[in-house]
Design a protein around this ligand. Sequence first.
Ligand code: TRP
Length: 325
Amino acid sequence: MVVKKNVILTGVKPSGTLHLGNYLGAIAPAIKSANESTDKSYFFIADAHALTTVKNAKELSTAIRHIACVWLACGLDVKKTAFYRQSDIPEIFELATIISNVTPKGLLNRAHAYKTVVQNAVDKNQDPDKDVNVGLFTYPVLQAADIMIVDTSIVPVGQDQKQHIEIAADIAKSFNAVYGNTLVVPKDLIKPDVGTIAGLDGRKMSKSYGNVIPLFCSEQDLLKAIKRIETDSSLPTDPKPKDHLIYVLYKHFTGKDLDPCIGWGDAKQRLFDAVNKVITPMRERYNYLMENYGEVEKILALGAVETRKVARETLNRVRKAVGIS
Ligand code: TRP
């Protein structure tokens, strides 16, 4: 097996409209590390993975477009990173089928995402399998194929994905134990936690709480959202807590501390100015790309061509190893 230098890969599931929490916690750090890396990076939209939960074609294709334009607008450098859609790489699905035969069922029984769905049903005295489709159960196998198809050595992910990368490593090891050294065993790289970004009401910023500040809404809507951030009745001259969302966001967007002894109204206006300054060029690029989606399709197609070249080589090696070449 050829050992290449570090190959870095990350996948994102298309789901809903992205917000400032996604930008600060996931998008900005991932783009920064891909753009700074001298190693080969792969960045893809895990659209087939979304099928386990999204059952509406229009909703899914809208989410894919949105996410593709967001990542490009936020500065993903396609000269350095192959950017593609998972569903454009058929080799991934073929590899998933092959490696499922060296994947112990027990390994998948222990996967958190699957276990949570089972537990929710059990808690309600329902059939444990009620909400489990086979796609959910085999989700980690498909993820392992995403990773191994391009000989990935490093997968930068958040803590929530650690188990999936460990399962992928286990599957690669099982395969190699049976067929000899064929697949690269991947390692996770847990991104240092940016800290949970709070939403308008102080709870974690999340679509399900309805407390988000959207990433690419209009300036007016951005201002409106920022004005809705909950504050207390302290006077303008009272020092404000540093960990209040307004102060946290200001620091993230400017690198500087906002004066703690100003009124909340003032603080909100300054936060809006700071966020808007950073977001405006990206928002313009996002709107341009959404209107000229053909350009994005071209980028994704090129990313797929580049990735499939490597994917073909991996798959040929795997097919030969198992005897179906
Ligand atoms: N499961 C990941 C998530 O929900 C997305 C994903 C799919 C992924 N395939 C991957 C992440 C491969 C890293 C590597 O966020």
